[in-house]
Ligand binder design. Structure first.
Ligand code: FMN
Length: 262
């Protein structure tokens, strides 16, 4: 089984997304699978210009076909059994790098060619040999709120239906900065908690090879909150009239003010 991961982090192999992917890859390999990791940050990827030349020529070749490295990535996707799309959250969505890559799917099939997807959606033709592969989504962000990843998470779920690409797992790591700090810090209990999360990413890799999907229990362990939303903040959500006082209290405890002079 060939699992091909596409890292959409602008930090490439220096980032947190890479750290998680590395462990996932270790799990794939332990279970006897083959792991391939593509760092989009290291490749030359032109953005789609919406020139529609790919559609007009009838060849479904982008004007950048021989000028950048997207075709190479498409070939790796075509060869893979499972694809992992991994992205940090940037401004509540996917990184522009991953989007830039995915926008190039447009050049692969006739946009005029209408079809009904397996889940009954009205859509244009897609090149399923490339973008219809079973996939796993992986999202990484620093905020602890579930709402931060919701756009991107829903986006992948919906994309799966439009592309007829089975989603065989979804992984998240929120509070990534706090988690990384704990991993590198010298508090043994925190370090152990952070290590356990990393271990779940290895399990996720093994799951892919042994089960063809990531088990829900593995995804839950990988995505478990590392930093809990403070009780005071949860309270503020339910009691709007108390919010100004709670906000003051939170600032007092944090010892900083982000709201400027009142
Ligand atoms: C331009 C930019 C925008 C970001 N936007 C968000 C955001 O909306 N929410 C969030 O929680 N983190 C945000 N982050 C933080 C990243 O998601 C986080 O640092 C992540 O771990 C980066 O992954 P990487 O190290 O693999 O690049 C942003 C970072 C950058 C550089």
């Amino acid at each position: 089984m060939l699992v091909c991961a596409i890292n959409g982090s602008h930090r490439g192999s220096r980032g947190t997304t890479h750290r998680l992917l590395e462990r996932m890859g270790a799990g794939v390999q332990e279970a006897g699978g083959t792991w391939e990791l593509i760092q989009l940050a290291e490749l030359h990827i032109e953005p789609c210009r919406a020139c529609n030349q790919c559609q007009r020529s009838g060849s479904f070749q982008c004007i950048y076909e021989d000028k950048d490295q997207v075709r190479q990535v498409f070939e790796r996707l075509a060869a893979a059994d499972i694809v992992v799309y991994a992205s940090p959250i940037y401004v509540l969505g996917l990184s522009s790098l991953l989007r830039r890559f995915m926008e190039r799917f447009y050049s692969l099939a006739p946009i005029q060619g209408l079809r009904l997807t397996e889940s009954g959606l009205f859509f244009h033709a897609v090149d399923r040999a490339i973008c219809g592969k079973p996939f796993v989504s992986l999202l990484v962000c620093d905020n602890l709120e579930d709402l931060t990843v919701r756009n991107a998470r829903d986006g992948f779920r919906i994309l799966s239906r439009f592309l007829d690409a089975p989603q065989v797992g979804h992984l998240e790591r929120r509070s990534a900065a706090a988690w990384t700090k704990a991993l590198q810090g010298d508090d043994p209990a925190e370090k152990q908690r952070a290590e356990a999360i990393l271990e779940s990413f290895e399990t996720a890799g093994r799951d892919l090879v042994t089960q063809g999907r990531i088990r829900p229990s593995t995804a839950r362990a990988a995505g478990q909150p590392f930093v809990q939303v403070p009780a005071l903040v949860r309270l503020a959500r339910h009691l709007p009239f108390l919010r100004p006082r709670i906000a003051q209290e939170i600032q007092r405890r944090a010892g900083t003010s982000t709201m400027g002079p009142d």
